[in-house]
Design a protein around this ligand. Structure first.
Ligand SMILES: CC(C)(COP(=O)(O)OP(=O)(O)OC[C@H]1O[C@@H](n2cnc3c(N)ncnc32)[C@H](O)[C@@H]1OP(=O)(O)O)[C@@H](O)C(=O)NCCC(=O)NCCS
Length: 171
């Protein structure tokens, strides 16, 4: 990348807090990125759209979403949800064409900097090995008491809990 392109990239790329107006873009990103789960997670846990509009609206009420924007287009999102004494990372998704370019890392770093709790937790499908690798690469450890943690900090269906893992990091 030459200097001019690099300057343009940094001038046009940023993280911002998302609002209700961003719901259609968040919906698009989550459901495009979640196609990675197809044939990876148990068939009875995958459906399309992966996150219906009603569920997204509900989730947006319960947490703060941040997004990575490039040239005025939202291409990645992450949810930040303080619960009790923990901060949960929720719904981290990057559009397929932008994955593995460092956007997820920037969004994760942003949440780490914002977090007011000592520990960050994230839950994901046990079969989403790429997502587990992503968090482990950033220092998260798989936690053995995941059933207890899911019960205390999450409100998810039993089947999802059975097929999920929890990773955590002290910050
Ligand atoms: C997981 C996700 C949010 C990470 O964001 P990202 O911008 O792709 O991640 P980064 O570029 O910052 O980091 C890349 C690292 O993540 C892991 N990773 C991400 N996607 C991967 C893939 N398809 N295959 C293998 N590893 C992958 C690897 O460790 C990779 O490092 P490497 O490229 O050096 O091997 C993104 O890939 C995504 O949206 N995936 C599909 C949905 C998903 O699994 N969401 C997680 C919900 S908890």
């Amino acid at each position: 990348m030459n200097l001019l392109k690099l300057k343009w990239y940094y001038a046009s790329a940023m993280i911002r807090k998302l609002s209700g107006k961003d719901a259609p873009a968040i919906y698009h990103i989550i459901n495009q990125a979640a196609v990675a789960y197809k044939s990876a997670i148990p068939a009875d846990c995958y459906h399309e759209p992966y996150m219906p509009e009603k569920e997204l609206r509900h989730e947006m009420k319960n947490m703060t979403f941040f997004g990575w924007e490039e040239a005025a287009n939202l291409v990645g999102v992450i949810g930040y949800q303080p619960v009790k004494d923990m901060t949960l990372i929720r719904h981290a998704y990057v559009l397929p064409d932008y994955q593995r370019t460092g956007i997820g890392t920037r969004l994760l770093d942003h949440i780490r900097q914002m977090s007011k709790t000592k520990c960050l937790l994230v839950g994901t499908w046990a079969d989403a090995t790429w997502a587990i690798n992503f968090y482990q690469k950033h220092g998260f450890k798989l936690l053995t008491d995941k059933d207890k943690l899911l019960n205390i900090y999450w409100d998810i269906p039993q089947r999802q809990a059975e097929t999920s893992v929890v990773l955590g990091i002290n910050i």
